[in-house]
Design a protein around this ligand. Structure first.
Ligand SMILES: CC(C)(COP(=O)(O)OP(=O)(O)OC[C@H]1O[C@@H](n2cnc3c(N)ncnc32)[C@H](O)[C@@H]1OP(=O)(O)O)[C@@H](O)C(=O)NCCC(=O)NCCS
Length: 159
């Protein structure tokens, strides 16, 4: 339960309130509980530093709600979060991953190997659709990190 609260807190603060959107975050958003959707926390030595939800559909994963706690940004955690989420997606049989990216985060995704999905109809005012093929080995991830996916009844850990 504490982990679920941390997940909600980071998302509300980083993705909504720091962007000036107060009072609109819905902690009971149904997509969080849908089958094949995996809300995850990035833990560093037991401390929560980031969140992501990995939605798996067939051979494609979509990363949603990528957020690093504001105090922890700019220290490489975001790249680790995506790399671990990619490894998780590969373990679920995915061969590609997509994300709907805020315009000011496109540079970050490019650093992590994503490219524009090349379909103009996805480029809207609020997000840019980006994609990355999966299958390359994820190497060099510090063993101190863990990604924790919330299973139905108890947390499951992936490292
Ligand atoms: C975007 C975010 C997830 C990046 O995580 P982070 O931990 O701060 O990023 P990292 O420290 O891992 O940065 C990795 C690289 O990306 C670069 N980078 C980070 N944020 C960037 C940005 N907004 N634009 C361009 N490059 C960026 C870093 O400079 C670094 O490059 P380097 O390896 O050459 O030094 C994080 O800053 C965040 O949560 N931002 C607010 C929410 C958000 O925008 N989420 C994405 C919504 S789609």
């Amino acid at each position: 339960m504490a982990q679920w609260n941390s997940y909600q807190d980071i998302r509300r603060r980083v993705l909504f309130e720091y962007r000036g959107r107060f009072g609109v975050y819905n902690a009971n958003y149904p997509e969080e509980h849908r089958s094949g959707h995996y809300p995850c926390l990035l833990l560093l030595r037991g401390r929560t530093v980031g969140t992501i939800r990995i939605d798996v559909s067939g051979h494609a994963a979509t990363f949603r709600g990528v957020a690093i706690d504001s105090k922890c940004q700019g220290q490489g955690h975001g790249c680790v979060l995506l790399a671990m989420a990619e490894a998780f997606s590969i373990s679920k049989g995915c061969t590609e991953v997509f994300s709907h990216v805020a315009p000011d985060a496109v540079g970050f995704y490019e650093k992590c190997g994503f490219r524009g999905a090349g379909n103009d109809r996805w480029i809207a005012g609020e997000s840019v659709r980006m994609k990355k093929p999966l299958g390359m080995a994820v190497l060099g991830i510090a063993s101190t990190y863990r990604i924790s996916g919330r299973a139905r009844s108890q947390p499951t850990y992936y490292s």
